[in-house]
Design a protein around this ligand. Structure first.
Ligand SMILES: Cc1cc2nc3c(=O)[nH]c(=O)nc-3n(C[C@H](O)[C@H](O)[C@H](O)COP(=O)(O)O)c2cc1C
Length: 348
């Protein structure tokens, strides 16, 4: 059975799960058009996650996927945290706010307990995907037994091989061009492989289906990925501009007006690609101190962004975008799926 048949979708286009940007409306528009819609639930409470899944199911009978984070919950290093808070204090002072004294672990990991797993079992989406790591063995077994398809992001061959060995159904091959967080499994060295090379490598070396993610904005680019061995493509940045996404006005404007990206771990504690703003030009300087662990650093970034944006300064947002963001088009989700499908068919 082909991947599209297993997923019961018409087009080989996945909407990337995007925590903070995903909405039930966006997911349903993509799914209703024959792509695979998605919800990024890694930053949601159980209650909010349940609400989003139920809202999506009310808008579509078509399949969609939900996404969670499998980061190692690390202990906060007191010294590194104190230095980071000191370093960021002048930025807070600019907006007449004191830097917080403590940082919170704002996102639980799927690995920490089975609450999210039980939510998936209760609500039964077609597929569930994971970023930053592989779920626990018992979680994979339980999902398989329930007939729910699983996918995990890989940024290099060892990660992909670990994903396959764990019994996961599909690999999301996330290239260096991708917007948002790199899915690397808590290692410090990033091999920074571009999407086309990663797709080619993983398709050759792994037996399970590979989905290409990173820098894909058009049906022509999608076709190239399929020719290199991908069985579907996942697009994030291309959908952020859709009216039904949760992106705020400043983010939408920046997508079109300053479409240049860079990777930094200063925002969240993990490397992530986003539109260049104050984080990259004022904070991520060569001699800056080390950042505290993810997601503690993100707690601080969100507080700084909230303080700044309250005073009309929007340059501290986490405006995730892929390196091909300059190719972004103003299209609603259903039209974008149709356009991608048209371009894909024309290049055959
Ligand atoms: C705004 C945004 C948020 C993202 N959030 C998530 C997320 O919550 N979970 C996840 O697995 N990937 C997330 N990603 C990464 C995507 O899954 C995917 O790798 C990426 O969007 C592909 O590159 P592109 O943005 O160039 O299409 C996010 C990407 C963006 C642009």
């Amino acid at each position: 059975m082909s991947l599209l048949e297993r997923l019961e979708i018409k087009h080989p286009f996945f909407l990337a799960p995007m925590a903070g940007v995903s909405t039930p409306a966006l997911a349903a528009e993509v799914s209703n058009q024959g792509g695979l819609g998605s919800l990024g639930l890694g930053a949601s409470s159980i209650t909010a996650a349940r609400g989003q899944i139920l809202a999506t199911q009310a808008l579509t009978d078509a399949p969609f996927q939900v996404n969670f984070f499998c980061h190692d919950s690390q202990k906060l290093d007191r010294e590194i945290t104190a230095q980071w808070l000191d370093y960021l204090a002048p930025q807070f002072e600019r907006f007449n706010v004191s830097v917080p004294a403590e940082l919170e672990c704002i996102y639980p990991s799927f690995l920490d307990n089975d609450d999210f797993l039980n939510l998936v079992l209760e609500t039964r989406p077609k597929a569930v995907s994971f970023h930053f790591g592989i779920p626990n063995a018992h979680q994979i077994t339980t999902l398989k037994a329930a007939g729910i398809l699983t996918m995990v992001s890989a940024t290099n061959l060892p990660e992909a091989q670990a994903i396959e060995a764990a019994g996961i159904d599909m690999i999301i091959a996330q290239g260096i061009e991708a917007g948002g967080h790199r899915g690397i499994f808590n290692q410090h060295i990033d091999s920074a492989i571009k999407t086309s090379d990663l797709v080619q490598l993983l398709s050759k070396k792994c037996d399970i289906p590979v989905i290409a993610a990173g820098g894909i904005m058009t049906g022509v680019q999608a076709r190239q990925m399929l020719q290199l061995g991908a069985q579907a493509v996942q697009l994030g940045t291309a959908f952020v501009q859709c009216k039904s996404s949760n992106a705020n006005a400043a983010y939408r404007k920046a997508l079109f007006n300053s479409p240049i990206t860079q990777i930094t771990d200063s925002i969240s504690g993990r490397p992530a690609r986003g539109l260049i703003n104050q984080w990259h030009t004022e904070i991520d300087l060569p001699l800056r101190p080390a950042v505290p662990a993810y997601p503690y650093t993100y707690d601080l970034a969100k507080q700084l962004h909230a303080a700044a944006s309250q005073q009309g300064e929007h340059g501290y947002g986490a405006y995730w975008a892929g390196s091909n963001v300059a190719q972004i088009r103003e299209l609603e989700a259903a039209d974008l799926i149709n356009q991608l499908a048209l371009e894909l068919s024309q290049t055959q």
